[in-house]
Design a protein around this ligand. Structure first.
Ligand code: HEM
Length: 437
């Protein structure tokens, strides 16, 4: 049985938050970091507390980098038990991740990528009023802890006027997500069997029956890894591209759908290859009920290189149960009104990928699915939505009798920062806060 009182809620429940704030912290002294944590633990949402209350209006999550754990005083022998990629941090993994060129850590903002980054506190709030109240409360709390520095922060807001999650390019989001065995949520039709909890949380059997739990157990049990990515979305450039590649509104919508693998309504191309079907897009009982190998092997509906097909190739890739990722986060920056020219204001997605193995799940997705130009034997392509693009990669849209190849895709997104965090259970937070006593 999952220990719901000990697991942080973040990867398990999705609260009714419309806004968020992330604060990236550095501890100048170990005692200051521990004191900060000690005063905060009772505010952290657990899987059981968040699930049992509809009345909350804010949800708090805390997580640490490897440098943060070290600064808090975790001993060297425990620190070296963490996997190498987590010890190194995301910035050091740029070559493996394919975050080169404009996406390279040298250009990252807000202290992300710096060894001084020790912790993140993630606040989800029901509305802006509540977020601002919490922001002030945390500011006040930090006034008494001068050795805890806020390196940077990011405010996020759901984009109006949609009634459900959308990102800035206009696609409906949060349609496909893994269902975890033992957590009481059935997979939606077509999503495959539920996934073993050990694929996301340390201390539970994974798909191979192993139970990964680096020592000391008190620190790692019920923990997960989070890969954080702040991705700017160049909406003006994206819309220009659609106009250049589609003569009519309908054609432009089709090109947008081909890049994603779903229409902007969420309707999957495999089930709606020729025209949008918004009712299907919003129907969770139907909008994942498809595969690629049998239903669309050549990509005539959904191109092999489309974002959603790359990020979950379903029945066309081996070992899929071991590669699933939990996605969390939201959008930042104001929406660019339809038909408005690019306004130079930064906007994008700031998201977390939750998993039990950064190498097997997140890094594999980045290295192979997003950035290997030869994935699916495509030859010279990368993920059209967030792969590292520099104008030299293409996008093939298979079609009978002749396929269409769009040459030299521009970068629709730029990675502005990223980091690897460990998301501990509640007992582990208490253990960390008490180190040195
Ligand atoms: C700005 C960057 C991104 C945008 C705009 C974006 C947008 C989307 C949208 C609209 C969907 C379809 C809705 C859904 O299936 O829930 C989707 C699916 C998905 N994306 Fe992204 N995404 C971005 C980056 C990423 C990254 C960095 C990852 C992981 C490394 C990722 C992994 C996935 C996965 C696993 C799916 C589900 C595919 C499926 O199960 O069919 N995405 N994305």
């Amino acid at each position: 049985m999952p220990e719901l009182e000990d697991l942080q809620h973040f990867l398990i429940t999705r609260p009714h938050a419309l806004v968020a704030r992330y604060e990236f912290l550095s501890f100048r002294k170990a005692e200051a970091g521990r004191a900060w944590l000690n005063g905060l633990i009772d505010k952290v949402g657990t899987a059981s507390s968040v699930a049992s209350s509809n009345l909350d209006s804010r949800w708090v999550t805390v997580a640490f980098t490897w440098n943060g754990l070290r600064t808090l005083g975790v001993d060297e022998s425990s620190l070296t038990n963490f996997p190498e990629e987590f010890q190194q941090g995301m910035a050091a993994r740029a070559t493996i991740l394919g975050t080169t060129g404009a996406n390279h850590p040298d250009h990252w903002v807000g202290g992300l990528g710096s060894p001084e980054l020790h912790a993140i506190v993630i606040l989800f709030a029901r509305d802006v009023v509540e977020r601002e109240r919490c922001r002030r409360e945390h500011e006040e709390y930090l006034r008494g802890l001068p050795d805890v520095e806020v390196l940077s922060s990011l405010d996020l807001e759901a984009i109006a006027p949609y009634g459900h999650a959308h990102e800035h390019f206009g696609y409906r989001d949060r349609l496909s997500q893994p269902a975890i065995e033992g957590f009481g949520v059935e997979p939606t039709p077509g999503s495959g069997p539920p996934i073993k909890a050990g694929e996301f949380f340390l201390g539970y059997p994974d798909e191979e029956g192993s139970c990964v739990l680096p020592q000391p157990e008190i620190l790692t049990r019920n923990g997960s890894y989070l890969a954080y990515l702040m991705m700017e979305e160049h909406v003006g450039r994206f819309r220009d591209f659609l106009r250049q590649n589609g003569a009519t509104r309908e054609e432009q919508e089709l090109v947008a759908a081909k890049l994603m693998g779903r229409w902007r309504s969420g309707a999957p191309l495999v089930l709606a290859p020729d025209k949008d079907d918004p009712e299907l897009g919003g129907d969770l009982q139907r909008n994942n009920d498809f595969n690629y190998g049998e239903m669309d092997p050549h990509g005539y509906g959904c191109p092999l290189g489309a974002h959603a097909r790359r990020m979950n190739p379903r029945d066309t890739a081996a070992n899929m149960q071991r590669r699933k990722m939990i996605r969390r986060g939201g959008t930042y920056g104001p929406a660019l009104p339809e038909d408005a020219p690019e306004d130079g204001i930064e906007r994008g997605i700031a998201a977390f990928i939750g998993c039990a193995s950064l190498v097997r799940q997140f890094e594999f997705a980045m290295n192979v699915w997003a950035n290997d130009p030869n994935f699916h034997e495509l030859g010279n392509e990368r993920d059209p939505i967030f792969g590292t693009q520099d104008g030299s990669y293409d996008m093939t849209i298979p079609k009978r009798p002749i396929r269409r190849k769009i040459k030299g895709l521009p970068a629709f997104t730029t990675i502005r920062g990223g980091a690897y965090f460990f998301l501990p259970g509640i007992r582990a937070l208490r253990y960390l806060a008490a180190l040195g006593n």
